[in-house]
Design a binder for this molecule. Structure first.
Ligand SMILES: [Zn+2]
Ligand SMILES: [Zn+2]
Length: 77
Protein backbone atom coordinates (compact mmCIF):
# COMPACT_ATOMS: atom_id res chain seq x y z
CA UNK A 1 0.00 0.00 0.00
CA UNK A 2 1.13 3.51 -0.72
CA UNK A 3 -0.45 6.85 0.03
CA UNK A 4 -1.12 9.43 -2.67
CA UNK A 5 0.67 12.64 -1.78
CA UNK A 6 -2.07 14.76 -3.36
CA UNK A 7 -5.31 13.35 -2.00
CA UNK A 8 -4.05 11.02 0.73
CA UNK A 9 -5.75 7.96 -0.71
CA UNK A 10 -4.31 4.62 0.38
CA UNK A 11 -4.30 2.56 -2.76
CA UNK A 12 -2.68 -0.74 -3.62
CA UNK A 13 -2.07 0.34 -7.22
CA UNK A 14 -0.38 3.62 -6.39
CA UNK A 15 2.70 4.42 -8.45
CA UNK A 16 5.81 6.56 -8.18
CA UNK A 17 6.89 9.28 -10.56
CA UNK A 18 10.50 10.39 -10.36
CA UNK A 19 11.17 13.95 -11.40
CA UNK A 20 14.52 15.68 -10.95
CA UNK A 21 15.61 12.77 -8.79
CA UNK A 22 12.67 13.20 -6.39
CA UNK A 23 10.15 10.42 -6.07
CA UNK A 24 6.45 11.29 -5.85
CA UNK A 25 3.70 8.81 -5.05
CA UNK A 26 0.24 9.06 -6.61
CA UNK A 27 -2.86 6.90 -6.79
CA UNK A 28 -3.95 8.24 -10.19
CA UNK A 29 -2.73 10.20 -13.17
CA UNK A 30 -5.20 12.90 -12.25
CA UNK A 31 -3.37 13.46 -8.98
CA UNK A 32 0.03 13.21 -10.67
CA UNK A 33 -0.96 15.84 -13.23
CA UNK A 34 -2.33 18.07 -10.47
CA UNK A 35 0.97 17.86 -8.59
CA UNK A 36 3.68 17.92 -11.23
CA UNK A 37 2.38 18.83 -14.70
CA UNK A 38 3.61 22.25 -15.82
CA UNK A 39 1.09 24.98 -16.62
CA UNK A 40 0.81 26.88 -19.89
CA UNK A 41 2.28 30.40 -19.61
CA UNK A 42 -0.55 31.77 -21.70
CA UNK A 43 -3.81 30.05 -20.80
CA UNK A 44 -2.79 28.40 -17.52
CA UNK A 45 -4.02 24.93 -18.42
CA UNK A 46 -2.10 21.84 -17.36
CA UNK A 47 0.30 20.56 -19.97
CA UNK A 48 -0.06 16.83 -20.25
CA UNK A 49 1.27 16.48 -23.79
CA UNK A 50 4.67 17.48 -25.07
CA UNK A 51 3.87 21.17 -25.00
CA UNK A 52 5.91 23.87 -26.69
CA UNK A 53 8.96 25.29 -24.99
CA UNK A 54 10.48 28.61 -25.92
CA UNK A 55 13.03 30.75 -24.07
CA UNK A 56 12.35 28.90 -20.84
CA UNK A 57 8.59 29.38 -21.09
CA UNK A 58 6.33 26.43 -21.69
CA UNK A 59 3.01 26.47 -23.50
CA UNK A 60 0.33 23.85 -24.07
CA UNK A 61 0.29 24.41 -27.84
CA UNK A 62 1.78 26.53 -30.58
CA UNK A 63 -1.33 28.70 -30.61
CA UNK A 64 -0.70 29.82 -27.03
CA UNK A 65 2.99 30.34 -27.72
CA UNK A 66 2.12 32.54 -30.71
CA UNK A 67 -0.43 34.50 -28.66
CA UNK A 68 2.29 35.15 -26.11
CA UNK A 69 4.55 36.59 -28.79
CA UNK A 70 6.67 33.57 -29.63
CA UNK A 71 7.38 33.25 -33.32
CA UNK A 72 8.47 30.32 -35.42
CA UNK A 73 6.61 27.57 -33.60
CA UNK A 74 4.00 25.27 -35.05
CA UNK A 75 2.06 22.33 -33.73
CA UNK A 76 3.52 19.15 -35.10
CA UNK A 77 0.37 17.12 -34.61
ZN1 LIG B 1 -4.62 10.97 -5.29
ZN1 LIG C 1 -2.24 27.23 -23.44
Amino acid sequence: MATCEVCGNDYDKAFDVVRNGESHTFDSFECAIHAIAPTCEHCGCRIIGHGVESNGNIFCCAHCATEAGVTGVADRA
